[in-house]
Design a protein around this ligand. Sequence first.
Ligand code: NZQ
Ligand code: ZN
Length: 387
Amino acid sequence: MNNFEFYNPVRIVFGKGEISALKGLVPKDKKVMLTYGGGSIKKNGVYDQVKEALQGVDVIEFGGIEPNPHYETLMKAIEIVQKEKVDFLLAVGGGSVLDGTKFIAAGALWPGEDPWEILTGKTDFPLLKALPLGSVLTLPATGSEMNGNSVVTRVETQEKLAFGSPLVMPQFSILDPTVVFSLPDRQVANGVVDAFVHVMEQYLTYPVDAPIQDRFAESILTTLIEEGPKVLANRNDYNAAANFMWAATMALNGLIGVGVPQDWATHAIGHEITAFHGVDHARTLAVVLPGLMHIKRSNKKDKILQYGARVWNITEGTEDERIDQIIAATVKFFESVGIKTRLSDYDIDANFITKVKTRFLHRGMMGIGEHGDISPDQIAEILEHQL
Ligand code: NZQ
Ligand code: ZN
């Protein structure tokens, strides 16, 4: 196992009716900005519960944060935060609202010229300050509720970039599984597949004799495979919703990634599909991962075979035959929850592949993945395999 340091200070308050716990969690002496998305929280009762719990607190609201939150929108929020002297942020929504709020938290105190620098890293300033924030999660998927990551899209330049800092980890996150009841099928499926691929990015690399991390990872994958279809079949199944929600949080709160190599190439390539074509994040991952497993089958052989045996019970045949069966089982699972796995399913053709390759070359990203050996040419091969 590799050396590591693990620190996760996010207080999780989990369970039915727990939105009322905001009363004791949001500081009474702060000016709070409540951030939210396109209005789902006003239809499913979450907004009313939040407002009830915030009685007596000085709150202003900022709605309209889009899926794949836009830099352009978040800059408007930053302006209001600065003008109104907001000193606490409460994000109520899915990963996009949480990520957007993290960017607002860091951007509002950014000493440089333009907070976009936080995402490009092209700056002399380190990120040293951010406003404190808390969250009420409404969509299990990203793990944003218990990590310090944020992904922001700039519409003007069709770029989707990420930053990470412990400074933007929420002080608390409320996870009430009943929020799942109002999710459309598309978002449940997205959540299951996004969480699944988060585990794969931290697991499907090479063995370093870390059985705790491996078995935690496999248990999250198995839970998603078992509970995801239950949630899709019956949105009011509380236990299935609770298990799905906790699985998604555990998939990306840092725990399973400690002391092991990590990949993240599927995400890096997937972000380009969203940046150029607006495809939902999870769907991009379902397209890239099978291609990546195929192209990196020899590098990743040991872990692919372990995943196949322990998660899918695939143990018969030569190594190559098993790997083919394991990729097919993974694709079948994604398709079974309603997510297509080919670029052509999203009307994307080979021109896109050229644009992605050029973009990685221009950024000087000559090798990604756990070995740093997925070159722009190999990225193109992965995508060509998925045309
Ligand atoms: O905007 P509203 O009206 O709230 O509707 C949202 C949105 O349309 C809706 N929704 C959310 N909760 C709902 C609901 N509808 C009904 N009932 C509810 N309870 O769902 C739609 C999608 O929401 P969004 O927040 O965009 O989805 P998700 O949570 O999947 O977040 C995706 C974003 O997170 C980033 C992605 O790149 C993408 O931008 N990621 C963040 C990560 C992180 N912070 O660690 C890691 C991930 O890999 C990912 O990159
Ligand atoms: Zn993801």
